[in-house]
Design a protein around this ligand. Sequence first.
Ligand code: CAA
Length: 257
Amino acid sequence: MSDVLYEKRNHTGILTFNRPSSLNALCESFMKEIRDALEKAEKDPELRALILTGCGKSFIAGADIKEMYAKDADSIFAWSALGSELNMKIETMKLPVIAAINGYALGGGLELALACDIRIASENAKMGLPETSLGVICGAGGTQRLPRVIGESAAKELIYTARRIDAQEALRLGLVSRVVSAESLMEEALRLAESIGKNAPIAVRSAKEAIRFGRDASIEEGCLFEREAFRVLFETEDQKTGMGAFIRKEKNVVFRN
Ligand code: CAA
């Protein structure tokens, strides 16, 4: 059986990490499989959102320490490039990506979740960047994305102490936007995906691009980028569909892909 399961519910794709013997630790072949599954999802014209989750008690328990242990500085550099590229792929995908964190999201697992657009967690989830306790630091974007998400001071505390936090603390820090029971995690993730999916796909994609652009731009550059994207959306059928439905007082607007 594959280490990454792919299923589709209406317009939502679900990738389930399925390497339970190592709590879904990221070895090289597994990272490649995730990358291939993302590429497959990206090519599916029917999808409007993607959910990433893990099987069993773990989302992803980090990079595979057993595979990493014997590497030297040169070989680990190429290895970590794979993780970085994977996370960049998630971050720049046209589809909105939801991490449904069902258990441990540690090290490389949290780094991957940080590249997703939205993170929701089950109440039993545990998150952290334990790399400094292993004698290293993050190798797939954790030092860059965590401070951007929760702020520099809180990120430094978590990274320097290697402390593992529970879902409620992650919620307080803004690391996840929702905490739900373990039983309802997928239901909530699907509901969230569907509520995104009913909106105009080009507009959602455009919002994703504008938010990402603005993260590293000045407010002037960001607003200019937004204004141009706003202009382009007035060339789409969706703009006429969405605004027209409001004017005609129609409910249940259906946007085409
Ligand atoms: N790499 C390789 N194997 C791992 C793993 C990892 N990150 N996490 C868990 N496993 C394996 C365990 O070795 C164990 O295998 P065996 O049965 O063959 O011994 C199996 O998964 C089950 O794990 P545990 O018995 O440890 O399960 P537990 O419930 O007692 O503990 C845990 C769960 C707290 C998550 C613990 O497994 C753990 O601490 N894992 C390591 C977490 C970690 O440090 N992650 C960061 C890795 S570094 C990184 O990610 C760097 C980077 O940015 C590139």
